[in-house]
Design a protein around this ligand. Structure first.
Ligand code: F6R
Length: 247
């Protein structure tokens, strides 16, 4: 794991965007694995800025998102499809037909999970996967469990995750109880993982991810087994990590 320690959220966002931009310059038809939540918003703002200046081009890019809330349609303002459109896709020259978010409203969830696994496989896998991290060490809504999950599947969100995300909804009762996620295996198959973390609330999860045992109780800890993980995190999120491990 390569850990880039930066001062704050803005510096994290700039560094993460530079890493993604470097990938797009080297491979204009890259497959981007994308995340939602508060963490990558600044990264996406930087990418929009670079795209508007002609520094990066999304015309050949394909994307695949980690997850979606079960029960929300793509035009619901808290759905992750809506999030991606408003925070990135509407503002760059990506072809929306090349962007993928699992459906949260599929009647046949097993078929939707199988379809999404095939979408990822047909793209030839993800070149670089952006990840945020939950306070409990979840990645892509793969919550602490007794096993590492394989492909796309439905997850029951923990009360802690629902509480953390209640800030976006009118009330806790409106926060969905389930999500559809691409699963830990699809994340692990990405060529490069770019894990972002900001703020003290993430410090323990980052410590457990980097320094702890590899356990499905801390889903992100499996990233210790991935050959190419880049962590970009600010001082607060890295406060428990020894200085010798930070770049
Ligand atoms: C989002 C996702 C989640 C978030 C995590 C952190 O697509 O899969 O795992 O990355 O819940 O969320 P924030 O960034 O809001 O702290």
């Amino acid at each position: 794991m390569k850990i880039y320690a930066v001062k704050d959220y803005d510096a994290m966002s700039k560094k993460a965007a530079e890493i993604l931009a470097a990938k797009l310059i080297l491979k204009p038809n890259a497959v981007l694995g994308l995340a939602t939540g508060s963490t990558p918003v600044g990264t996406y703002k930087n990418l929009i800025d670079m795209n508007s200046k002609g520094l990066i081009d999304f015309s050949q890019v394909k994307s695949v998102n980690l997850d979606e809330y079960v029960g929300l349609t793509g035009d619901h303002d808290q759905s992750y499809r809506y999030f991606m459109n408003t925070n990135l896709f509407d503002h760059v020259n990506i072809d929306k037909a090349n962007t993928n978010v699992p459906s949260g409203i599929a009647a046949d969830t097993a078929a939707e999970c199988a379809r999404y696994d095939k979408v990822i496989a047909d793209m030839g896998g993800v070149d670089i996967q952006v990840l945020g991290i939950g306070n409990n060490g979840h990645i892509g809504f793969n919550e602490p469990d007794s096993v590492f999950t394989r492909g796309t599947h439905i997850v029951e969100l923990t009360q802690g995750t629902r509480d953390a995300n209640a800030r976006f909804f009118a009330s806790i009762d409106d926060v969905p109880t389930k999500a559809i996620t691409m699963g830990v295996a699809n994340i692990m198959f990405a060529d490069t993982i770019l894990l972002l973390a900001s703020g003290e609330a993430k410090a323990q999860a980052v410590y457990d991810t980097v320094m702890g045992s590899i356990t499905p109780n801390v889903p992100a800890s499996i990233l210790q087994l991935h050959k190419n993980v880049i962590i970009v995190a600010d001082e607060a999120a890295l406060k428990l990590i020894p200085a010798s491990m930070k770049n």
